[in-house]
Design a protein. Structure first.
Length: 607
């Protein structure tokens, strides 16, 4: 876990990403934990309530069933308190199967009695009084039932024979006393009727109940449609079953697994690889058991809906929080990113960077501190650079104060006269050129000179080098006459020519050629010094241009202190005097020589 945290918040991850991850972690983690805990609690609560509801429902069904059966039990007892019924049954008391017919008035009296008991009882198919000899009296029409019925023909009647006067609930059966081909199955409440005085068996009473009567018990109850419900007697025989919407019989599946006797109370079972909640309630009065099989998926239906809602709500929350986290992290880190970009430009040498807009918070304080720091750095840079130039000028002034210029000029003039008397023209020319060099470097203290004077100084320097190279050094001037009066910094042209001599032409047997050109282009003065020497590789040229374009550091100033006439020094002098209006660039190729170009703003004389 800690390794993952280190990966997320490692050194290579920027601050904006760290803040975004932090926001997401601090918001999504508690939200996720709360959602999981709420769903788990809600799911367990709903499952318990659904399970308890099913248990209560089964108990209510059994209670309603007991009330219904008690009513039928009461109906089965009523004939014992009616002397007319007992008298008629006693007339036809004989062995089963011996009865042939009964008097019509007896049929009528018994029909009136049974019809009165079945009045307004749609759940009762028929109430039948059967004598011991098989004479059948019913509330139904004579065409619907047989007048004489031998009970020995139906196996189900044997259970009533052994009841000894107690009421019995007979499972669904097809009574043989109904007329017609297609018979319907009924559940019957039956009792053996005995004379209360002599206890002699007089006959039987059968109350046939439609199977729909048990379904009506569920009509007023909000019972789950996908659940199965069955009613079985003490012998595990099915009296009634309401199947689920799938139409499969749960009773058959339980019998296939042989599990009905082993279950009691409520527990979870698996049928055909599907989990169910098994709830059973037994009635001590009727001996019946109401069994409910509810799919676990149905019980967890509301939990599943809650889970779906929770997931979608969590997704929406995550999306909203992610957008908010991105906006916040961007807004918080935007001033810092802007400050970082300014610092990168400062690292590249641009000390003019300033933060334009800043707030009043900590980032605003940092921005104001950055601006103050850059102003101080800029001030110190100019101060140090100017100090370096002034130091060099002080050295020149000290040299000038130690040596009398007139003494030097007189001495050089004496040497020149001696050379002329000895007819050494080259020596005379070199001494004359050296005198001009000394006069230009020592006598002139102005920093800005006309271009013509700088070119005259270059000519004196070239004359000495031509003598040194024995005439193999050639210089060509291409100068517009109209621009010779424009002012340029002193000692910027001669170092370029010196660089071309020593780094371009030096070592070549045939010497070389140097071109010095100057022209006016709009408001700029372009001066270039080109040679046909050894040249330089493009990578080295790019490095030189990059080095020249950078602002000098204190270390760079110290490095150039002994070589103030180098290319870097010239470029920095131009930048210091002209700002963005002065620049120096290098171009060339191996074997083709180099060209150094100076671009400066034109200034009138005196400015």
């Amino acid at each position: 876990m800690m390794d993952k945290v280190r990966i997320f918040f490692g050194k290579n991850v920027n601050l904006r990403t760290k803040l975004l991850l932090l926001f997401l972690a601090l918001t999504l983690l508690p939200l996720s934990l709360q959602g999981v805990m709420n769903y788990k609690h809600f799911s367990q609560t709903m499952d318990r309530k659904t399970e308890q509801f099913t248990i209560d429902m089964v108990r209510q069904i059994n209670a309603n069933l007991n009330r219904l059966l008690k009513d039928f039990e009461r109906l089965s007892l009523l004939p014992l308190y009616d002397q007319m019924v007992l008298g008629i049954l006693g007339k036809y008391n004989a062995s089963m199967g011996s009865g042939t017919w009964a008097r019509s008035e007896d049929y009528l009296k018994m029909k009136l009695y049974t019809s009165g008991q079945a009045y307004d009882r749609p759940e009762i198919r028929g109430i039948h009084l059967i004598s011991s000899s098989g004479i059948l009296f019913s509330n139904l029409d004579s065409l619907a039932v047989k007048p004489v019925w031998d009970s020995r023909q139906d196996d189900w009647f044997a259970e009533l024979e052994d009841s000894e006067g107690t009421w019995r609930l007979l499972p669904p059966h097809d009574p043989g006393y109904y007329m017609g081909g297609q018979q319907e199955s009924y559940i019957s409440v039956g009792r053996v009727l005995r004379d209360p005085g002599t206890l002699q068996r007089l006959g039987y009473i059968l109350i046939d109940i439609r199977l729909e009567a048990f379904g009506q018990l569920l009509s007023n109850l909000n019972y789950e449609q996908d659940a199965s419900l069955m009613i079985v007697d003490s012998k595990q025989r099915l009296l009634f079953e309401r199947t689920s919407t799938g139409g499969m019989s749960a009773y058959d599946q339980l019998l296939m697994h042989g599990q009905i006797p082993s279950y009691a109370g409520n527990q979870r079972v698996v049928l055909d690889e599907q989990p169910y909640l098994y709830v059973q309630h037994h009635s001590s009065y009727s001996g019946l058991s109401v069994i409910s099989l509810t799919p676990i998926a149905v019980i967890q239906k509301e939990s599943g809906e809650m889970l779906t809602f929770t997931i979608w709500f969590a997704v929406l929350c995550m999306a909203g929080i992610a957008i908010l986290a991105v906006l916040l992290s961007y807004r918080i880190t935007r001033p810092l990113i802007r400050l970082k970009h300014h610092m990168i430009r400062v690292e590249q040498g641009d000390f003019s960077q300033r933060v334009a807009h800043f707030s009043s918070d900590e980032f605003g304080q940092m921005s104001r501190g950055f601006n103050r720091m850059m102003e101080e750095i800029h001030r110190l840079f100019n101060e140090v650079f100017l100090l370096g130039i002034q130091e060099r000028e002080a050295e020149l002034s000290a040299l000038q104060s130690q040596m009398n210029p007139h003494f030097i000029y007189n001495t050089l003039e004496s040497i020149n006269m001696m050379a002329i008397r000895q007819k050494h023209a080259e020596v005379s020319d070199m001494v004359t050129a050296l005198g001009k060099l000394l006069r230009y470097t020592i006598d002139k203290v102005d920093r800005m000179v006309p271009l013509g004077e700088e070119l005259a100084f270059v000519q004196s320097y070239v004359r000495i080098q031509q003598v040194r190279y024995d005439g193999k050094l050639e210089i060509i001037y291409d100068i517009e006459e109209a621009i010779t009066e424009y002012l340029i910094p002193k000692l910027v042209l001669q170092p370029l020519v010196e660089n071309a001599v020593y780094h371009g032409i030096e070592g070549q047997e045939n010497g070389g050629v140097i071109w010095v050109s100057a022209l006016k282009f709009d408001q700029e003065l372009l001066i270039s010094v080109r040679d046909n020497g050894k040249g330089m590789a493009q990578t080295k040229i790019d490095e030189l241009n990059e080095s020249i374009s950078k602002q000098p550091s204190n270390e760079a100033l110290r490095c150039h202190a002994g070589d103030s006439l180098g290319l870097n020094n010239i470029a920095q002098r131009l930048r210091l005097m002209y700002g963005e209006g002065g620049s120096l660039s290098i171009d060339g190729s191996p074997g083709q020589g180099l060209v150094v170009t100076i671009s400066i703003q034109l200034l009138p004389k005196g400015d």
